[in-house]
Design a binder for this molecule. Structure first.
Ligand code: PGA
Length: 261
C-alpha cells in the first residue's frame, strides 16, 4: 500500500476545499484499488470536509493538534475534538510550525503522545534545514528529532505512527526549494527505519515512511517506485487537481509493481 497525505496548509478556504474534495472523489471513482489518501485541510474546513468525504475511501486528517484535550489553552484544538470531527490522522512537527511558531522537539513529543493517545495516527515530520545539510548533519538531525519527538511513544502506540522525511530546503513554500534526489531520500529513509527499529523493535518495520518536499505529478513516481518509500506528504501539488490526479496514478502504478495502468 502507498500513502498520499495532502497537506493543504492555508492554500484553500472551506469552499475551495469542498470543491477540491469533490474533484478528488471524481479521480478515485470507479477504481477497485486506491492508495491510502488522507486530506488535511485547515481546522475551520474540517466539518464540511467530513461531510464531503463521508462514505468515501478518502480519509480526513488535520495539520496539527494540541497536547491536551481540554483546559485553559486559548486558541488550541485537542486531538479528541478532531477525532469527533472524523479526523483519523494528524500531522505533527511540520517544519513550518517549528520555524514560524517555535515548536520544539519537546512540544512535538507531547503532541505525538496526545494524538496517539486519542487513538489517531500521528504523522511526524522530520528533516534537516539547508545549513544542517551543508554541514553534513542530516543523519544526526533526523535521529535527534525521532528520539526526542517520540520520547513518550511506546512500541504499542507506534503502530499508529507515520514518519515523513521532509528536508526543509526541499519544501516548496520555503523559497528556492528543489526536490531531494531519490538517493538522498532512500538514504534518509533507510536511516530512519534503522533508528525506529532500535527504538521500537520488530514492530517498527510496519511504520510507513514518507517523503515530502516539492513532489509533483512529474516526479512522484520516481520516489513511489522505491520499495522503501511508503508514500508522499504533498503540499503545493495537493491543491492542483491535475497534479493530484497524476500523483494518484503514480501511486497506483507503484502499487502494481510499475506496470502501466
Ligand atoms: P511541498 O510541501 O510539496 O509544497 O513542497 C510539502 C510539505 O510541506 O508537506
Amino acid at each position: 500500500m502507498k500513502h498520499l497525505i495532502a497537506n493543504w496548509k492555508m492554500y484553500v478556504d472551506t469552499r475551495g476545499g469542498v470543491a477540491l474534495a469533490r474533484e478528488l472523489l471524481r479521480i478515485c471513482r470507479g477504481r477497485d484499488v486506491l492508495p491510502d489518501i488522507i486530506v488535511c485541510p485547515s481546522f475551520p474546513a474540517l466539518s464540511e470536509m467530513q461531510k464531503a468525504l463521508a462514505r468515501s475511501r478518502v480519509r480526513l486528517g488535520a495539520q496539527d493538534a494540541f497536547w491536551a484535550n481540554d483546559g485553559a489553552h486559548t486558541g488550541e484544538v485537542g486531538p479528541q475534538v478532531l477525532k469527533d470531527l472524523g479526523v483519523s490522522a494528524v500531522i505533527v512537527g511540520h517544519s513550518e510550525r517549528r520555524r514560524e511558531l517555535g515548536e520544539t522537539d519537546a512540544m512535538v513529543a507531547k503532541k505525538c503522545e496526545a494524538v496517539l493517545g486519542a487513538g489517531l495516527t500521528a504523522i511526524l515530520c522530520v528533516g534537516e534545514d539547508r545549513a544542517e545539510r551543508a554541514a553534513g548533519q542530516t543523519r544526526e538531525v533526523v535521529e535527534r528529532q525521532l528520539h526526542l519527538g517520540l520520547a513518550n511513544v511506546t512500541a504499542r502506540d507506534s503502530i499508529r505512527l507515520f514518519i515523513a522525511y521532509e528536508p526543509v530546503w526541499a519544501i516548496s513554500g520555503s523559497g528556492n526549494a528543489e526536490p531531494a534526489s531519490v538517493e538522498d531520500v532512500v538514504m534518509a529513509l533507510v536511516h530512519i527505519r534503522e533508528t525506529l527499529a532500535a527504538m521500537f523493535g520488530p514492530s517498527a518495520a510496519a511504520i510507513p515512511l514518507l517523503y515530502g518536499g516539492s513532489v509533483s505529478g512529474e516526479n512522484a513516481y520516481t520516489y513511489l517506485r522505491e520499495d522503501c518509500v511508503d508514500g508522499i506528504l504533498l503540499g503545493g501539488a495537493s491543491v492542483k487537481v491535475h497534479q493530484l490526479s497524476e500523483i494518484v496514478e503514480a501511486a497506483l502504478r507503484a502499487m502494481k509493481g510499475g506496470t502501466a495502468l
